[in-house]
Design a protein around this ligand. Structure first.
Ligand SMILES: O=P(O)(O)OC[C@@H](O)[C@@H](O)c1c[nH]c2ccccc12
Length: 270
């Protein structure tokens, strides 16, 4: 049975081919080369760059909709949301740029990047070098690479290519069997790589925080471990922090909060 991830990847490849036919790779490369340097996404998550008493770092996500939740905040203004995250003290901002399944766009990312001074992550399903050039050309400071989407040496190839563009990488995994190759890549480039474990099983959409609590033990020293998805309460965050989780990636809880600044402070405030 085709999982949601299979469906997303099929669509991603179709849309990518269309973009490549309109704006050639060479053009994206040229745009990327003239984009102001990337901000230090990986460094921003480190403990020395957080206020005293903050349990861990926050990557706050701009997310209008998702396959698991349906519409979340379809009319949300990405710049307005990101500005609130920034002012409330999130260390980094993640912007979904997938259109068909998450209602996002590269224009959202561009607008957010120029409105705030925090590092910005392009959250998408990256399967080719073209998308890396495109990310940097749009101003992204970091990209998500998903181990389950990049079998064999594809993950290592794109991770190296991201480095060439000056992009930092958040490497995500769900399947524990992917941890060894993810950990090896991160340990070899800890200044530009973090590891994220998704708590959401993309086959069933079930969320289980225990998933990252189990895998944090396998994170190499000096690499920030990010727990992703389904995080709702300060209690959960304190528990993750106590287990050695260095950062959390939160979308839905913040997007749905009537006062997202207050929610940021409640979740990660000192
Ligand atoms: O909205 P949540 O449950 O807080 O989750 C955020 C983030 O972890 C989730 O959006 C996500 C994690 N990995 C992904 C990969 C692609 C798209 C989205 C995601």
């Amino acid at each position: 049975m085709a999982t949601i991830l299979d469906k997303i990847l099929t669509r991603t490849r179709t849309d990518l081919a269309a973009r490549e036919a309109t704006v050639p790779q060479s053009r994206q490369e040229a745009l990327a080369a003239t984009t102001p340097p990337a901000r230090d996404f990986t460094g921003a998550l480190r403990p020395e760059n957080r206020d005293e008493g903050t349990p861990l770092a926050l990557i706050a996500e701009v997310k209008r909709a998702s396959p698991s939740a349906g519409p979340i905040a379809e009319a949300a203004d990405p710049v307005g949301v990101a500005t609130i995250y920034d002012a409330a003290g999130a260390q980094c901002v993640s912007v979904l740029t997938d259109g068909p399944f998450f209602g996002g766009s590269l224009d959202d990312l561009k607008a957010v990047r120029s409105a705030i001074d925090r590092p910005v992550l392009r959250k998408d399903f990256i399967v080719s070098r073209y998308q890396l050039a495109e990310a940097r050309a749009a101003g992204a400071d970091a990209v998500l690479l998903i181990a389950e989407c990049l079998p064999g040496d594809e993950l290592a190839v794109l991770h190296a290519a991201a480095g060439e563009y000056g992009l930092h990488t958040l490497i995500e995994l769900y399947e524990p069997e992917n941890m060894p190759r993810v950990a090896a890549l991160a340990a070899a480039a800890p200044e530009r790589t973090s590891i994220g474990v998704n708590n959401r099983d993309l086959r069933t959409f079930t969320v289980d925080l225990e998933h990252s609590l189990k895998l944090v033990a396998d994170c190499p020293a000096g690499v920030t471990f990010v727990s992703e998805s389904g995080i709702r309460t300060r209690k959960e965050i304190d528990r993750l922090a106590a287990a050695g989780v260095g950062a959390v990636l939160i979308g839905e809880t913040l997007m749905r909060a009537p006062d997202s600044a207050a929610k940021v402070r409640e979740l990660v405030g000192g």
